[in-house]
Design a protein around this ligand. Structure first.
Ligand code: ADP
Length: 350
């Protein structure tokens, strides 16, 4: 649902003149949806239903890519000071989860500065005796944290935001950091702002990332034929429209039998397929296997929100199927589709 909300808001924004009176409202829809995605993914992660795809990723690139979203989330009254070091900062982690941690820290910093202030996001590489460490700092000039709260902020469900907070953001952040061999620390004094310091071992692998940031308009295009299989009608329509706007020919199906029928009738080549995992008739993984038998060259990208049951277990036995996690941005979908068709996509992730 969030993919539909965000996708439609983004699409309208790109079609609207920059001084349109309703622009502000649309930006707010996008902002609320961004925040809802952060919360949903926290809840999914908390109940272990989120898929984990660690790989070598460039922290600077991720941060650079969503500085616009960060500004939208915090609002105009908070100044953002982005101090990213030069060059690539590679860590071995799941970019979706890293985004999730950063956004949670950003939302917390915003909540701590209701009357405005400065949010500093800083990265650097530490050279220590036992190796290199990638550091990321989030600093705010907000209310700070008193000693009693400081002891508990990483506990699940600890929140001082009655009715508005879930209290799982920081506990998740710590769990994720530990899983990737990193740490998260907090330094704060009541009334004097807060510093969160995250550290990861520096990864030596080369980073192969899709570019971050930008809009649908500057996403890559193509002329290939893509099969879209998605049971949710609104999302199917939107994906088809965005892909057609991107130059592709689209065949859209609501489920496996329709996909079968359409592929059977189609006489020109079908190059790629974007397939939902959780569907009523037959799940996307099974459908992919069937389609692959029919069209051996078909390149497949799966998409889903909760995939523990299907992809989580099967991905090891099927390392070849790349995956797009919902909710996603339409531009990211376009980047992934392009990479998929060009054979540049990482299996099992992106
Ligand atoms: P939530 O934001 O839903 O309450 P978190 O786990 O993200 O859950 O945070 C737990 C608590 O830690 C918050 O309720 C707040 O009291 C405190 N906290 C976190 N970050 C900050 C910050 N930057 N400044 C002040 N307090 C903070």
């Amino acid at each position: 649902l969030l993919t539909i909300i965000k996708g439609n808001a983004d699409m309208l924004l790109t079609r609207m003149s920059s001084n349109h009176p309703s622009r502000e409202r649309l930006l707010q829809i996008g902002q609320a949806a961004d925040q809802a995605s952060v919360m949903t993914s926290q809840l999914l992660a908390f109940t272990r239903r989120q898929v984990w795809h660690p790989r070598a990723m460039d922290l600077n690139r991720v941060l650079n890519g969503f500085s616009g979203m960060v500004q939208r989330l915090v609002g105009e009254h908070i100044a953002i000071d982005l101090q990213l070091c030069e060059g690539e900062l590679s860590i071995y982690a799941d970019p979706v989860q890293v985004r999730q941690i950063v956004l949670n820290l950003v939302v917390n910093a915003r909540d701590a500065m209701p009357d405005g202030g400065t949010l500093t996001l800083k990265t650097y590489l530490l050279n220590e005796d036992d190796g290199k460490t990638v550091r990321f700092e989030v600093r705010d000039t907000g209310c700070g944290i008193d000693d009693a709260a400081l002891e508990n902020i990483f506990e699940p469900f600890f929140t001082t935001k009655e009715g508005k907070g879930t209290g799982i953001g920081l506990s998740m952040a710590r769990e994720i950091m530990e899983r990737t061999g990193g740490t998260i620390e907090v330094f704060s004094t009541a009334g004097e702002g807060t510093l969160f310091q995250l550290s990861w071992p520096h990864a030596r692998e080369t980073v192969l990332d899709t570019p971050e940031g930008g809009t649908i308009e500057n996403a890559p295009r193509g002329t290939e034929t893509i099969l879209v299989v998605e049971d949710e009608e609104d999302l199917r329509d939107m994906l088809s429209e965005v892909l057609r706007d991107g130059g592709y020919t689209v065949i859209a199906a609501s489920g496996s039998s329709e996909a079968h029928e359409l592929c059977g009738d189609y006489t020109s080549p079908i190059h790629g397929a974007l397939i939902d995992v959780v569907m009523p008739e037959m799940n996307g993984v099974a459908l992919s296997a069937l389609l692959k038998r029919k069209i051996p060259d078909l390149k497949i990208l799966l998409m889903s929100g909760y995939t523990d049951d299907i992809i989580g277990q099967e991905s090891e036995s099927r390392p070849g199927i790349p995956f797009l996690e919902k909710p996603f941005e339409m531009r990211d979908m376009l980047f992934k589709i392009r990479a998929l068709l060009d054979d540049k996509l990482h299996p099992g992730g992106g």
